[in-house]
Design a protein around this ligand. Structure first.
Ligand code: NI
Length: 179
């Protein structure tokens, strides 16, 4: 599941990030077979999404955020980040399926590369189990909690055509990161 390191990615193209208002962000991503995942153009897309996520300091990125209507997201965060000191290993997920436990009662701040500059408070489930296919098309299943579980929910929402704003119970918490 931990797919790629940053080292071979030098020279990989940074993709343009689609912004809210682009119809691809409101469309459901198409699932891929293990055979499709192994194709060079999909492997290249994974690498381009990884460098794009790092370039824009995102914690996750969904394929429709780079204009591709596919069921694929990446997440990753360096250890020591103030956002989550434990970090998140770079993870590639195709065709994600999520099983939630409990209630979506954890309220915390989120932002999105497709809604630049803004932050708002979003309720999410604290624990979940994610299954899907990895960067080589192999099935995996893994439990997440707290911040990484929040990232999984944010990114799987993207693949269902949703953004975090749709989940906000109180839009009055929406604001710009920089005053
Ligand atoms: Ni987002």
């Amino acid at each position: 599941m931990i797919a790629v390191t940053m080292d071979p990615l030098v020279g990989t193209a940074i993709r343009k990030v689609t912004r809210l208002g682009h119809p691809v962000l409101r469309a459901k991503g198409r699932e891929l077979s293990a055979k499709e995942i192994k194709r060079p153009e999909i492997q290249r897309l994974i690498q381009e999404m990884a460098v794009t996520m790092v370039e824009y300091e995102g914690v996750g990125i969904a394929a429709n955020q780079v204009g591709q209507g596919l069921s694929l997201f990446l997440m990753g965060l360096e250890k020591g980040s103030p956002r989550h000191p434990k970090g998140i290993p770079l993870t590639v997920v195709f065709n994600p399926k999520v099983r939630y436990a409990g209630e979506p009662s954890e309220l915390d701040w989120e932002g999105c590369l497709s809604v630049p500059g803004l932050r708002g408070r979003v309720p999410r489930y604290g624990r979940l189990e994610l299954s899907g296919l990895d960067h080589r098309g192999r099935a995996f299943k893994r439990a997440y909690e707290a911040f990484p579980a929040r990232v999984v929910q944010h990114e799987t929402d993207h693949l269902n055509g949703m953004v975090y704003l749709d989940r906000m119970p109180d839009l009055r918490t929406l604001g710009f990161l920089e005053g």
